[in-house]
Design a protein around this ligand. Structure first.
Ligand SMILES: *Cc1c(COP(=O)(O)O)cnc(C)c1O
Length: 470
């Protein structure tokens, strides 16, 4: 096959080929880009011929044709979204790997408007003077939480870091051993504390921490008592933790001793009303007397990635002035999306359903069953190799939120004539948009809690495309 090497076209010949121009316009690339792809494919083909891997058919192989074809394939792959859309069939509403919250239409529209235009991000229109981006969201956050003051940073991990750095550097912070958890892949309170320069003082045991444990640990070096939401971790059995109110009373007795609670998710909507979990409202936590709370923007709140801090005005002022506030600041698109998300909360319970996260969490199982049935009907209108049935199941909230809480749902459980569940799930992940399912008892399961009506046609198309390539 090596004798074919001299028959390989040169790049300048490919550039003169009429297929060069037609591929340029078909793929929307310029000459330089197309040349680069062709060069790469030519190099690969030369390697394969040298390795004698490529079977050559016919007398004179159409190398140019092969090269244009493989270049086109590579260009199309390169052009695909790297941050790609996914249909979430797992039923886990706050799936950290799938981007946590979907934004409301109003939040999306405001983020897009803000991205496309100039704005008063740091400008006071009345005075024609420099302003602060902190002013944009503060009033809404104060309304939503009942706190004196509030601010926004990049995410809740950043909020924890800022609070510890600004208010507890080189001083002691008391945390219960039962709350020193690792959240997600990489967030450990103990590590963040070390980075911030604050000194961790662990009290109590893994399962029980009493008020006297805290009392005994307080001294002149203590800057703060920190309570951490155990988020993705639930301890059952012989356990005890000290209530927020009790810790608030203890810190009040000591001058300059702060009480900070990292709420993790931080609910602005009362999911308890629907019998879902026992997450306190941020407002309730503030009322019980903490000095500061922080929580995520893209967990139960249902907004963009952000870290929200609320609490005493003098403390928030100190945080705003700290150098790290500049390092951890959020973009205008985040502020825009957050503004609309918070407005949905202040406009009463009907508007809360505009937030996909809240809507999906409180969706009733009977509503989900109707959607699952309609998918099955759609699928059965097309001849296919699937056996599909509705099953009762449970969904999780996810995102390290409300561990152990399982909400009733309905799933479509699907078996393919010849593919295993793993094989089918893999095909579905390669569909456009990708479909992520869960596998239970060797069946591919789609939980409709996290599927929007507007995604039903694409879900169907993805299933039909995946069964027929066998
Ligand atoms: C999720 C979580 C964090 C991290 O929040 P991000 O917004 O993901 O940075 C910190 N603390 C607790 C308790 C959490 O649950």
């Amino acid at each position: 096959m090596k004798q074919y090497l001299r028959l390989l076209p040169a790049v300048h010949e490919l550039q003169k080929d009429p297929r060069f121009e037609s591929l340029k316009s078909a793929c929307d690339v310029n000459s330089a880009q197309l040349t680069e792809f062709l060069q790469r494919e030519l190099g690969n083909l030369r390697q394969r011929l040298l390795a004698e891997e490529t079977a050559v058919e016919g007398t004179v192989p159409d190398f140019a044709g092969q090269l244009f074809k493989s270049a086109e394939t590579q260009i199309k792959l390169w052009q695909e979204d790297r941050l790609a859309r996914v249909i979430n069939g797992t039923g886990t509403v706050l799936h950290t790997n799938l981007g946590r919250s979907r934004l409301s239409d109003a939040a999306i529209a405001h983020a897009v408007r803000t991205a496309a235009n100039y704005s008063n991000l740091e400008y006071r229109l009345m005075e024609g003077k420099r302003g602060s981006r902190h002013d944009i969201i503060e009033e809404l956050l104060v309304e939503a939480t009942g706190a004196e003051a509030a601010m926004v940073v990049n995410n809740n991990a950043a909020a924890v870091f800022l609070i510890l750095s600004a208010l507890a550097k080189q001083r002691e912070v008391i945390v219960s051993r039962g709350q020193l958890v690792e959240i997600g892949g990489s967030f450990r309170v103990s590590s963040i504390m070390e980075e911030s320069g604050a000194q961790l003082v662990e009290v109590g045991t893994t399962n029980k921490t009493h008020l006297f444990d805290y009392e005994d640990a307080v001294n002149e070096e203590t800057a703060m008592i920190m309570k951490v939401h155990t988020s993705n971790f639930k301890m059952i059995g012989f356990t005890e933790a000290v209530e927020t109110e009790v810790l608030a009373r203890l810190t009040e007795k000591h001058r300059d001793l702060l009480f900070y609670e990292d709420l993790g998710s931080g609910a602005l909507y009362d999911f308890k009303k629907h019998g879902i979990g026992d997450e306190p409202l941020v407002r309730e936590v503030i009322e019980s007397g903490v000095d500061l709370v922080s929580f995520s923007g893209d967990k139960l709140l249902g907004g963009p990635q952000a870290g929200l801090i609320a609490g005493k005005k003098d403390l928030i002022d100190q945080l705003k002035k700290h150098q790290l506030a500049r390092v951890l600041r959020v973009d205008k698109m985040t502020l825009a999306a957050l503004e609309e998300t918070l407005k949905s909360y202040s406009s009463g319970p009907e508007r809360v359903a505009e937030l996909p996260t809240v809507r999906d969490i409180i969706r009733s199982a009977s509503d989900i069953k109707i959607q699952a049935q309609s998918f099955i009907n759609l699928l059965q209108e097309n001849p296919n190799k699937y056996q599909i049935e509705i099953q009762e199941s449970t969904s999780q909230i996810g995102g390290g939120t409300m561990p152990g809480v399982e909400i009733p749902t309905f799933i479509a459980a699907i078996v393919h004539d010849s593919l295993s569940a793993d094989q089918l799930a893999m095909r579905l992940r390669q569909a456009k948009p990708a479909i992520v399912s869960r596998i239970q008892e060797e069946k591919v399961c789609i939980d409709f809690r996290t599927i929007a009506d507007s995604e039903m046609d694409e879900l169907l198309a993805g299933f039909l495309a995946s069964e027929s390539q066998v």
